[in-house]
Write a protein that binds this ligand. Sequence first.
Ligand code: SF4
Length: 356
Amino acid sequence: MAAHFTSKRPVSNSIPPNGTIRRVTKNPFASGDDVVSCSSFSFRKCLNVGNIKELNSGDIVKLFPDGRIIRLWDATSFQNCLFVTNGCNFRCLMCPQPPCADNPDQHNENLRLLELMNCKVEMIGITGGEPTLFPERLMEYFDVINRKFPSSRVEILTNGSMFSDFAMSKRLALAAPLDICYCVSIHGDTGSLAESIMRCNGGWDKALQGINNLAKLQQQIEIRVVLTKNNAPYLEDIAVFLYRNFPFVYHIAFMGQEITGEALENYSEIWVEPIDYASSLDCAVRYLAAMDMNVSIYNIPLCLLPETSRKFAARSISDWKQTYIEKCEGCMMKSDCCGFFTTSGKHYPRGIIPSK
Ligand code: SF4
């Protein structure tokens, strides 16, 4: 089963100035050290006075002169990530992280973060924007990870297009940590469908070429299909396409939507009720499983899936943005269910029925 690093932390367009990055060496709440306070702020996870005790030894935080504190790294979580850039060469309709100009300061912050990390790290996510727009940055992260955390799992969320450059792919592959997985988004079984979602002419060919180059370089690949109104009618075709063309990939994940960013902007264009595609999703995942592929469903509550699909569903939503609704109280499946994105606001899917 793949690790469940699924999403990107909410990031503002620019890094606020004057932040200082520190490692927490003791629980400030337990020690009575209450110098940090916080107001509401959307850059990564922001702590407030009431939950300072959430901090753990080994966490990395960013402190601001006005008292805000932002946890950049949670030492107890498997879902931490390095956010490489806001820039992206695609404009996907349902992107929860609308692309915008790159801020090079982010790179220095990431290097500082890696420098301060000193506890065991199971998993490091690398995300953006499109992190591979800046291969030199990735090489620097790889260098530190190889030295400090050689056994850590690394997962890169990517649209795959930059890997169409074989020379660049080879350089990255040679520098990469041993346990790395490239999680490539593919949203259709034809160029016209995929490009209508990714909104990038030529992006489809490049992404496919990128997957093939990564395979030639013997890199581990996961394919992620985000489920939208556009591709929901073709899930079985997509499953056949993926098996026929990429039988070598390590894992395939079908993913429910997070309604924020571009997804919120384009809500009427992309939203489809999971309950309306659940049976074709069931056929798609069972087909792939029958072909011996490792397949999962992410971000879709268990009660919306037919029983035959539930074993493929993962508790996939990152803990810092996962929630349940009132109806979920007392549901027998709650401990295995992914629940909902807090970042999707009140956009709950239709048909939630607790299992009693
Ligand atoms: S009722 Fe809630 S906890 Fe139970 S399966 Fe549905 S969404 Fe999950």
